[in-house]
Design a protein around this ligand. Structure first.
Ligand SMILES: [Zn+2]
Length: 392
Protein backbone atom coordinates (compact mmCIF):
# COMPACT_ATOMS: atom_id res chain seq x y z
CA UNK A 1 0.00 0.00 0.00
CA UNK A 2 1.26 3.52 -0.83
CA UNK A 3 2.24 5.86 1.93
CA UNK A 4 -0.25 8.59 2.82
CA UNK A 5 0.73 11.95 4.30
CA UNK A 6 -1.93 13.75 6.33
CA UNK A 7 -0.88 17.41 6.49
CA UNK A 8 -2.18 20.52 8.19
CA UNK A 9 -3.65 18.87 11.28
CA UNK A 10 -3.49 19.52 15.01
CA UNK A 11 -2.06 16.29 16.36
CA UNK A 12 -3.50 15.09 19.67
CA UNK A 13 -0.96 13.08 21.64
CA UNK A 14 -3.31 11.84 24.37
CA UNK A 15 -2.44 13.01 27.86
CA UNK A 16 0.52 15.03 26.58
CA UNK A 17 -0.05 17.83 24.07
CA UNK A 18 -1.80 19.11 20.98
CA UNK A 19 0.42 20.62 18.28
CA UNK A 20 0.32 21.44 14.56
CA UNK A 21 1.93 18.77 12.44
CA UNK A 22 1.68 16.04 9.86
CA UNK A 23 1.48 12.27 10.02
CA UNK A 24 2.73 9.70 7.54
CA UNK A 25 0.93 6.34 7.29
CA UNK A 26 2.54 3.31 5.69
CA UNK A 27 1.54 -0.36 5.72
CA UNK A 28 -1.10 0.15 8.42
CA UNK A 29 1.24 1.88 10.84
CA UNK A 30 2.27 5.43 11.69
CA UNK A 31 5.57 5.83 9.87
CA UNK A 32 6.37 9.43 10.85
CA UNK A 33 4.99 12.24 13.00
CA UNK A 34 6.49 15.63 12.27
CA UNK A 35 5.91 19.28 13.07
CA UNK A 36 4.06 21.36 10.49
CA UNK A 37 6.18 22.31 7.49
CA UNK A 38 8.52 19.30 7.51
CA UNK A 39 9.39 18.19 3.96
CA UNK A 40 6.99 15.68 2.43
CA UNK A 41 8.50 12.29 1.62
CA UNK A 42 8.43 11.33 -2.06
CA UNK A 43 5.80 8.85 -3.30
CA UNK A 44 3.26 9.73 -0.60
CA UNK A 45 -0.28 10.71 -1.47
CA UNK A 46 -1.24 13.86 0.41
CA UNK A 47 -4.38 14.70 2.28
CA UNK A 48 -5.00 18.21 3.61
CA UNK A 49 -6.57 18.05 7.10
CA UNK A 50 -7.64 21.73 6.94
CA UNK A 51 -6.43 22.37 10.47
CA UNK A 52 -8.65 19.69 12.04
CA UNK A 53 -7.80 17.66 15.12
CA UNK A 54 -6.18 14.30 14.40
CA UNK A 55 -6.51 11.80 17.25
CA UNK A 56 -5.98 8.09 17.75
CA UNK A 57 -9.17 6.11 17.10
CA UNK A 58 -11.56 5.76 20.00
CA UNK A 59 -11.65 2.48 21.95
CA UNK A 60 -14.95 1.34 23.51
CA UNK A 61 -14.55 -1.46 26.04
CA UNK A 62 -18.23 -1.72 26.98
CA UNK A 63 -20.97 -1.52 24.34
CA UNK A 64 -23.94 -3.77 23.53
CA UNK A 65 -24.97 -2.30 20.20
CA UNK A 66 -25.21 0.66 17.87
CA UNK A 67 -27.69 1.87 15.24
CA UNK A 68 -29.80 -1.14 14.19
CA UNK A 69 -27.53 -3.77 15.69
CA UNK A 70 -27.27 -5.49 19.01
CA UNK A 71 -24.24 -7.73 19.26
CA UNK A 72 -26.05 -10.40 21.17
CA UNK A 73 -28.51 -11.11 18.38
CA UNK A 74 -25.89 -12.92 16.28
CA UNK A 75 -22.98 -12.67 13.87
CA UNK A 76 -24.85 -10.52 11.30
CA UNK A 77 -25.34 -7.82 13.92
CA UNK A 78 -21.63 -7.84 14.73
CA UNK A 79 -20.67 -7.51 11.07
CA UNK A 80 -23.16 -4.71 10.39
CA UNK A 81 -22.38 -2.77 13.59
CA UNK A 82 -18.71 -2.86 12.65
CA UNK A 83 -19.51 -0.92 9.46
CA UNK A 84 -21.22 1.84 11.47
CA UNK A 85 -18.60 2.52 14.12
CA UNK A 86 -16.19 4.58 11.99
CA UNK A 87 -18.72 7.40 11.76
CA UNK A 88 -18.51 7.71 15.55
CA UNK A 89 -14.71 7.65 15.57
CA UNK A 90 -14.46 4.13 17.04
CA UNK A 91 -11.66 1.97 15.64
CA UNK A 92 -11.39 -0.71 18.36
CA UNK A 93 -14.35 -2.21 20.15
CA UNK A 94 -15.12 -4.97 22.63
CA UNK A 95 -18.68 -6.13 21.88
CA UNK A 96 -20.39 -6.76 25.20
CA UNK A 97 -22.80 -9.62 25.78
CA UNK A 98 -24.91 -10.58 28.76
CA UNK A 99 -24.48 -14.38 29.09
CA UNK A 100 -27.54 -16.49 29.73
CA UNK A 101 -27.16 -19.98 31.11
CA UNK A 102 -28.86 -21.92 28.36
CA UNK A 103 -27.64 -24.21 25.61
CA UNK A 104 -29.02 -21.99 22.85
CA UNK A 105 -27.02 -19.05 24.16
CA UNK A 106 -23.79 -21.05 24.10
CA UNK A 107 -24.44 -21.96 20.46
CA UNK A 108 -24.99 -18.27 19.69
CA UNK A 109 -21.75 -17.35 21.44
CA UNK A 110 -19.94 -19.82 19.19
CA UNK A 111 -21.45 -18.24 16.08
CA UNK A 112 -20.58 -14.72 17.20
CA UNK A 113 -17.03 -15.69 18.20
CA UNK A 114 -16.54 -17.48 14.86
CA UNK A 115 -17.54 -14.27 13.04
CA UNK A 116 -14.94 -12.08 14.75
CA UNK A 117 -12.14 -12.75 12.22
CA UNK A 118 -14.48 -11.64 9.41
CA UNK A 119 -15.24 -8.24 10.94
CA UNK A 120 -14.32 -5.31 8.73
CA UNK A 121 -14.36 -1.60 9.55
CA UNK A 122 -13.28 -1.79 13.17
CA UNK A 123 -10.89 -3.97 15.14
CA UNK A 124 -12.45 -6.52 17.50
CA UNK A 125 -9.99 -8.41 19.73
CA UNK A 126 -12.65 -10.42 21.57
CA UNK A 127 -15.83 -10.18 23.59
CA UNK A 128 -16.74 -8.61 26.91
CA UNK A 129 -18.94 -10.93 28.98
CA UNK A 130 -21.00 -8.86 31.44
CA UNK A 131 -21.90 -11.62 33.88
CA UNK A 132 -23.08 -14.21 34.68
CA UNK A 133 -21.09 -14.02 37.95
CA UNK A 134 -22.63 -10.77 39.14
CA UNK A 135 -24.64 -10.00 42.25
CA UNK A 136 -27.27 -7.55 40.99
CA UNK A 137 -29.05 -8.18 37.67
CA UNK A 138 -29.32 -4.58 36.44
CA UNK A 139 -31.32 -4.50 33.22
CA UNK A 140 -30.64 -8.07 32.07
CA UNK A 141 -27.72 -9.89 33.74
CA UNK A 142 -27.93 -13.40 35.13
CA UNK A 143 -26.75 -13.65 38.76
CA UNK A 144 -24.87 -16.91 39.24
CA UNK A 145 -22.38 -18.04 41.90
CA UNK A 146 -18.77 -18.41 40.81
CA UNK A 147 -18.33 -21.72 38.98
CA UNK A 148 -15.10 -22.67 37.19
CA UNK A 149 -16.84 -25.37 35.14
CA UNK A 150 -19.39 -22.90 33.81
CA UNK A 151 -16.62 -20.36 33.21
CA UNK A 152 -14.72 -22.87 31.09
CA UNK A 153 -17.87 -23.69 29.12
CA UNK A 154 -18.40 -20.00 28.36
CA UNK A 155 -14.77 -19.42 27.37
CA UNK A 156 -14.82 -22.50 25.16
CA UNK A 157 -18.01 -21.33 23.43
CA UNK A 158 -16.26 -18.02 22.77
CA UNK A 159 -13.38 -19.96 21.11
CA UNK A 160 -11.02 -18.22 23.54
CA UNK A 161 -11.99 -14.84 22.10
CA UNK A 162 -12.80 -13.14 25.38
CA UNK A 163 -11.04 -9.88 26.29
CA UNK A 164 -12.98 -8.87 29.39
CA UNK A 165 -15.31 -10.42 31.95
CA UNK A 166 -17.27 -8.31 34.44
CA UNK A 167 -18.03 -9.84 37.84
CA UNK A 168 -19.12 -8.70 41.32
CA UNK A 169 -16.76 -8.97 44.32
CA UNK A 170 -19.53 -10.29 46.60
CA UNK A 171 -20.63 -13.12 44.29
CA UNK A 172 -20.04 -16.37 46.22
CA UNK A 173 -16.93 -18.25 44.99
CA UNK A 174 -15.94 -15.45 42.62
CA UNK A 175 -12.26 -15.26 43.65
CA UNK A 176 -11.22 -18.49 41.85
CA UNK A 177 -13.06 -17.17 38.77
CA UNK A 178 -11.09 -13.91 38.91
CA UNK A 179 -7.83 -15.83 39.32
CA UNK A 180 -8.61 -18.15 36.40
CA UNK A 181 -9.49 -15.20 34.16
CA UNK A 182 -6.22 -13.47 35.03
CA UNK A 183 -4.27 -16.66 34.24
CA UNK A 184 -5.91 -16.62 30.81
CA UNK A 185 -4.95 -12.96 30.23
CA UNK A 186 -8.59 -11.84 30.40
CA UNK A 187 -9.20 -8.49 32.09
CA UNK A 188 -11.55 -8.56 35.07
CA UNK A 189 -13.87 -5.62 35.63
CA UNK A 190 -16.08 -5.16 38.70
CA UNK A 191 -19.70 -4.11 38.35
CA UNK A 192 -23.34 -4.69 39.42
CA UNK A 193 -22.24 -4.64 43.04
CA UNK A 194 -22.84 -3.46 46.56
CA UNK A 195 -19.65 -5.12 47.81
CA UNK A 196 -18.01 -4.20 51.10
CA UNK A 197 -14.55 -2.70 51.42
CA UNK A 198 -13.12 -6.12 52.30
CA UNK A 199 -14.84 -7.93 49.42
CA UNK A 200 -13.61 -5.31 46.96
CA UNK A 201 -10.04 -5.50 48.25
CA UNK A 202 -10.12 -9.29 47.94
CA UNK A 203 -11.25 -8.98 44.29
CA UNK A 204 -8.42 -6.53 43.60
CA UNK A 205 -5.94 -8.85 45.34
CA UNK A 206 -7.18 -11.69 43.10
CA UNK A 207 -6.46 -9.61 39.99
CA UNK A 208 -9.46 -7.42 39.14
CA UNK A 209 -8.30 -4.02 37.95
CA UNK A 210 -11.23 -1.88 36.99
CA UNK A 211 -14.85 -0.90 37.68
CA UNK A 212 -17.19 -0.63 34.72
CA UNK A 213 -20.16 1.72 34.42
CA UNK A 214 -18.93 2.97 37.77
CA UNK A 215 -21.68 4.38 40.03
CA UNK A 216 -24.36 2.67 37.87
CA UNK A 217 -25.66 -0.48 39.55
CA UNK A 218 -23.35 0.36 42.49
CA UNK A 219 -26.09 1.06 45.08
CA UNK A 220 -25.06 3.14 48.08
CA UNK A 221 -24.83 1.05 51.25
CA UNK A 222 -27.47 1.70 53.91
CA UNK A 223 -26.58 3.70 57.00
CA UNK A 224 -26.25 1.31 59.94
CA UNK A 225 -25.16 3.82 62.59
CA UNK A 226 -26.85 7.22 62.41
CA UNK A 227 -24.20 9.86 61.80
CA UNK A 228 -21.69 7.44 60.26
CA UNK A 229 -21.46 7.46 56.50
CA UNK A 230 -21.21 3.88 55.18
CA UNK A 231 -18.44 3.02 52.72
CA UNK A 232 -18.10 0.17 50.27
CA UNK A 233 -17.00 -0.69 46.76
CA UNK A 234 -17.19 2.89 45.41
CA UNK A 235 -14.90 4.36 48.06
CA UNK A 236 -12.52 1.40 47.81
CA UNK A 237 -12.18 1.69 44.04
CA UNK A 238 -11.62 5.45 44.31
CA UNK A 239 -9.01 5.09 47.04
CA UNK A 240 -7.08 2.02 45.82
CA UNK A 241 -4.26 3.03 43.47
CA UNK A 242 -4.48 -0.34 41.65
CA UNK A 243 -7.97 0.41 40.39
CA UNK A 244 -9.28 2.38 37.43
CA UNK A 245 -12.89 3.21 36.58
CA UNK A 246 -15.07 3.97 33.57
CA UNK A 247 -18.18 6.03 33.04
CA UNK A 248 -21.13 6.28 30.70
CA UNK A 249 -20.74 10.00 29.95
CA UNK A 250 -24.25 10.62 28.66
CA UNK A 251 -25.44 13.01 31.39
CA UNK A 252 -28.18 10.54 32.37
CA UNK A 253 -26.34 7.66 34.03
CA UNK A 254 -23.82 9.70 35.99
CA UNK A 255 -23.72 13.29 37.19
CA UNK A 256 -20.66 15.08 35.80
CA UNK A 257 -19.64 15.84 39.40
CA UNK A 258 -19.18 12.11 40.01
CA UNK A 259 -16.73 11.98 37.09
CA UNK A 260 -14.90 15.02 38.46
CA UNK A 261 -14.63 13.28 41.83
CA UNK A 262 -13.12 10.21 40.16
CA UNK A 263 -10.62 12.35 38.22
CA UNK A 264 -9.65 14.06 41.48
CA UNK A 265 -9.10 10.65 43.13
CA UNK A 266 -7.42 8.76 40.29
CA UNK A 267 -5.95 11.41 37.99
CA UNK A 268 -7.10 11.65 34.38
CA UNK A 269 -5.19 8.48 33.53
CA UNK A 270 -7.39 6.41 35.84
CA UNK A 271 -10.67 7.32 34.15
CA UNK A 272 -11.99 5.72 30.95
CA UNK A 273 -14.95 6.65 28.75
CA UNK A 274 -17.40 3.91 27.69
CA UNK A 275 -20.79 4.02 26.03
CA UNK A 276 -22.57 0.88 27.36
CA UNK A 277 -24.66 1.66 24.29
CA UNK A 278 -27.71 -0.32 23.33
CA UNK A 279 -29.37 -0.86 19.96
CA UNK A 280 -30.49 2.47 18.52
CA UNK A 281 -27.51 4.44 19.82
CA UNK A 282 -26.39 6.96 17.22
CA UNK A 283 -29.66 6.65 15.31
CA UNK A 284 -32.98 8.49 15.33
CA UNK A 285 -35.50 8.20 18.20
CA UNK A 286 -37.51 4.98 18.10
CA UNK A 287 -38.15 1.58 19.63
CA UNK A 288 -36.17 -1.61 19.06
CA UNK A 289 -36.45 -5.30 19.98
CA UNK A 290 -33.74 -6.77 22.20
CA UNK A 291 -32.72 -10.37 22.94
CA UNK A 292 -33.77 -9.79 26.58
CA UNK A 293 -37.52 -10.11 26.06
CA UNK A 294 -38.39 -6.44 26.00
CA UNK A 295 -38.22 -3.48 23.67
CA UNK A 296 -36.04 -0.45 24.33
CA UNK A 297 -36.93 3.13 23.57
CA UNK A 298 -34.37 5.68 22.37
CA UNK A 299 -35.27 9.34 22.78
CA UNK A 300 -33.35 12.52 22.05
CA UNK A 301 -31.22 13.53 25.04
CA UNK A 302 -32.03 10.37 27.04
CA UNK A 303 -30.53 6.93 27.65
CA UNK A 304 -31.96 3.63 26.35
CA UNK A 305 -34.98 2.63 28.45
CA UNK A 306 -37.33 -0.33 28.82
CA UNK A 307 -40.15 0.68 26.48
CA UNK A 308 -42.91 -0.11 29.01
CA UNK A 309 -41.32 0.02 32.45
CA UNK A 310 -39.07 2.98 31.64
CA UNK A 311 -36.04 1.72 33.59
CA UNK A 312 -32.56 2.34 32.21
CA UNK A 313 -31.36 -0.34 29.77
CA UNK A 314 -27.95 0.86 28.66
CA UNK A 315 -27.31 4.12 26.90
CA UNK A 316 -27.94 5.83 23.59
CA UNK A 317 -24.45 7.30 23.73
CA UNK A 318 -21.76 7.10 21.06
CA UNK A 319 -18.06 7.59 21.86
CA UNK A 320 -17.76 10.84 19.90
CA UNK A 321 -20.64 12.40 21.88
CA UNK A 322 -19.13 11.07 25.11
CA UNK A 323 -15.83 12.82 24.38
CA UNK A 324 -17.71 16.03 23.51
CA UNK A 325 -19.57 15.83 26.84
CA UNK A 326 -16.37 15.25 28.81
CA UNK A 327 -14.65 18.17 27.07
CA UNK A 328 -17.55 20.36 28.24
CA UNK A 329 -17.86 18.98 31.78
CA UNK A 330 -14.27 18.51 32.93
CA UNK A 331 -11.95 21.37 33.66
CA UNK A 332 -8.99 19.57 32.12
CA UNK A 333 -6.64 20.18 29.18
CA UNK A 334 -8.26 18.70 26.05
CA UNK A 335 -5.40 16.22 25.51
CA UNK A 336 -6.19 14.69 28.92
CA UNK A 337 -9.86 14.30 28.03
CA UNK A 338 -8.96 12.63 24.70
CA UNK A 339 -6.83 10.16 26.68
CA UNK A 340 -10.01 8.87 28.35
CA UNK A 341 -11.22 7.47 25.01
CA UNK A 342 -7.84 6.45 23.53
CA UNK A 343 -4.66 5.84 25.54
CA UNK A 344 -6.44 5.08 28.83
CA UNK A 345 -8.58 2.21 27.46
CA UNK A 346 -5.50 0.96 25.53
CA UNK A 347 -3.56 0.81 28.81
CA UNK A 348 -6.51 -0.81 30.58
CA UNK A 349 -6.50 -3.59 27.97
CA UNK A 350 -2.72 -3.90 28.06
CA UNK A 351 -2.34 -2.84 24.42
CA UNK A 352 0.97 -1.38 23.36
CA UNK A 353 1.37 0.80 20.26
CA UNK A 354 -2.32 1.71 20.32
CA UNK A 355 -4.30 4.69 21.55
CA UNK A 356 -1.37 6.91 20.56
CA UNK A 357 -0.09 8.76 17.49
CA UNK A 358 3.55 7.81 17.96
CA UNK A 359 5.79 6.32 15.27
CA UNK A 360 5.22 2.58 15.00
CA UNK A 361 1.69 2.69 16.43
CA UNK A 362 -1.18 1.04 14.58
CA UNK A 363 -2.66 3.62 12.15
CA UNK A 364 -6.09 3.78 13.78
CA UNK A 365 -6.97 7.45 13.64
CA UNK A 366 -9.69 10.02 13.29
CA UNK A 367 -9.74 13.46 11.69
CA UNK A 368 -12.38 15.60 13.42
CA UNK A 369 -14.50 18.46 12.12
CA UNK A 370 -15.06 21.70 14.02
CA UNK A 371 -18.36 20.21 15.24
CA UNK A 372 -16.48 17.32 16.91
CA UNK A 373 -17.92 14.74 14.55
CA UNK A 374 -15.50 12.58 12.57
CA UNK A 375 -14.63 13.67 9.04
CA UNK A 376 -12.39 10.69 8.26
CA UNK A 377 -11.67 7.50 10.20
CA UNK A 378 -8.86 5.06 9.45
CA UNK A 379 -8.42 1.52 10.74
CA UNK A 380 -4.92 0.11 10.22
CA UNK A 381 -4.30 2.88 7.69
CA UNK A 382 -7.40 2.10 5.66
CA UNK A 383 -10.10 4.76 5.45
CA UNK A 384 -13.30 3.14 6.81
CA UNK A 385 -15.43 6.27 7.04
CA UNK A 386 -15.54 9.55 5.14
CA UNK A 387 -18.15 12.17 5.89
CA UNK A 388 -20.03 12.85 2.67
CA UNK A 389 -18.88 16.40 1.98
CA UNK A 390 -15.21 15.37 2.08
CA UNK A 391 -15.60 13.55 -1.23
CA UNK A 392 -12.76 11.21 -0.20
ZN1 LIG B 1 -23.42 -3.23 29.89
Amino acid sequence: MDAQLITNVRIVEPGQRIYPGQVLLRAGRIAAVEPAGAPAPPHATRLDGHGGLLTPGLIDVHTHGVMHSIYESGPEALLSAAKELGRFGVTYVIPTLVPRIEEAFLRKLEQIADAIPSVHGVRVPGLHLEGPFVAIPGAACATVDGDLGLLEELLAACRGRVSVMSVSPETPNVLPVIERLCERGIKVFLTHTRATVEQTQAALDAGATHATHFYDVFPAPAETEPGVRPVGVVETMLADPRATVDFIADGVHVHPMAIRAAVAAKGFEGVVLITDSNIGAGGPPGEHDTPWGYRVRIREGDAARHAEKNFLAGSALTMDRGIANLLRWLDLPAEQVWAMGTSNPARLLGLSGQGTLQVGAVADLVLWGEDLHPVLTWVEGECVYAREETGV
